[in-house]
Design a protein around this ligand. Sequence first.
Ligand code: NI
Length: 167
Amino acid sequence: MALLKILQYPDERLHKVAKKVQAVTDDTRKLIRDMAETMYAAPGVGLAATQVDVHERIIVVDISDMHDDLVVLINPELVASNGGREHEEGCLSVPGIYENVRRAEQITVRALNEQGETFTLEADGLLAICIQHEMDHLEGKVFVEYLSPLKQSRIRAKLKKHRRETL
Ligand code: NI
């Protein structure tokens, strides 16, 4: 297993649209293990392949305290969504920034598992928020892009300053 490097906003590569996984192979499973390890080490509750500069439609999410409830979604598709609520989000690609984003409250997604089998997952609460956040990454969208242009430029300036200070 290996820790992968997480792209940092506003890296242009975070805006690439990920391609569908054509076949779930041993390479796919290795990438998923590395992504999970990278997410747990960060620590974070979700990671999209886009964030480690692999532009394939794969996300991992684990909202459990014990890191023992990994959800892997390959080629996830939203098949239903209900309700809406605002909740504070953060992102491993946008360290130190937490902002409210409005998302559907309940979702149903269809995806492939690590064996390449189709399954359907119904999620609500934090899990639903995380899955929607990670699915956005596959479309090249970072959560701060839901905010006003003014807020976005403030965040970019703050991250730039932070990076200078930590170099
Ligand atoms: Ni994120």
